[in-house]
Write a protein that binds this ligand. Structure first.
Ligand SMILES: Cc1cc2nc3c(=O)[nH]c(=O)nc-3n(C[C@H](O)[C@H](O)[C@H](O)COP(=O)(O)O)c2cc1C
Length: 242
């Protein structure tokens, strides 16, 4: 298969609304693209994401119904749902701690200061950020950060809603990494946020604390599934050289 360069994949990727039912995808290739998605950069390497891959036609129809039966979902050969799992922060922090301990174990030249700092990050900073569910405690922390920030630069995005943005950012990067990997091999996609999150979570049997970032439909495009030429506002209106 002829693999595209990154620029070629970017050029190929369009949001496809109608797929060709006569051209099924190779599932193992889609799984490889999901594997690539896990290589996306992500906040603190906490990997607060999950990927739900759907091939079963009945489940696709059920998910499409929660996406208001948009053609991009209804005609898809497969779907991948990108899910934010902020609630898994303890497990992910522990996975990082275990990894760091084993990595330090292998190192010949140990640097205890660096080790301590790295471990502290997952043992103290992450619980401080993700473990605060009480709004009053969160507000006090927020105020103290603003106060500290009067004298020197401070990380201010520590409110509960800030952490939702943090987790969604990383998951969206995974979704884009997936879509570009699909484009690399000539597979098509459409990202969707038009869905009933409550109903979709029920179909996927997801826990209440999870959040759906995007549904990405997959298939091979029908030419009429590309809705017009690509439109972007002039580059000069969004590019600011400082
Ligand atoms: C977060 C997000 C949500 C989107 N939701 C939908 C959607 O629900 N339905 C749809 O048909 N397209 C959806 N799109 C696709 C956009 O409309 C599309 O990316 C945009 O028009 C630019 O076109 P292009 O992707 O072909 O370059 C979404 C895209 C993003 C990034």
């Amino acid at each position: 298969m002829n693999h595209k360069t990154v620029s070629e994949a970017l050029d190929h990727r369009r949001s496809i609304r109608i797929y060709d039912n006569n051209q099924p995808l190779d599932t193992s290739k889609v799984v490889s693209c999901i594997r690539n998605a896990t290589l996306a950069p992500n906040s603190s390497n906490m990997q607060l994401w999950e990927f739900y891959h759907i091939e079963n036609k009945e489940t696709i129809a059920a998910v499409a119904a929660t996406c208001f039966n948009q053609p991009a979902a209804r005609t898809a050969d497969q779907l991948v749902v990108f899910v934010v799992r902020k609630d898994l922060w303890k497990q992910r922090a522990q996975a990082n701690i275990d990894y760091l301990n084993s990595a330090f174990e292998k190192e010949k030249k140990r640097d205890s200061k660096r080790e301590k700092m790295a471990l502290n990050y997952y043992q103290k900073t992450m619980p401080m950020l993700y473990g605060t569910t009480n709004k009053i405690v969160g507000f006090i922390k927020y105020l103290s950060v603003q106060f500290m920030g009067l004298k020197k630069p401070a990380y201010r995005q520590i409110k509960l809603e800030d952490l939702r943005v943090v987790a969604h950012k990383s998951t969206a990067l995974a979704a884009q990494t997936f879509m570009l990997s699909m484009a690399e091999i000539g597979y098509d996609t459409c990202p969707m946020e038009g869905f009933d999150s409550l109903r979709l979570k029920k179909v996927l049997k997801l826990p209440a604390q999870s959040e759906i970032n995007m549904v990405v439909s997959c298939g091979i495009r029908k030419q009429e599934g590309v809705y017009g030429d690509r439109f972007r506002v002039p580059f000069e209106t969004v590019y600011h050289k400082i």
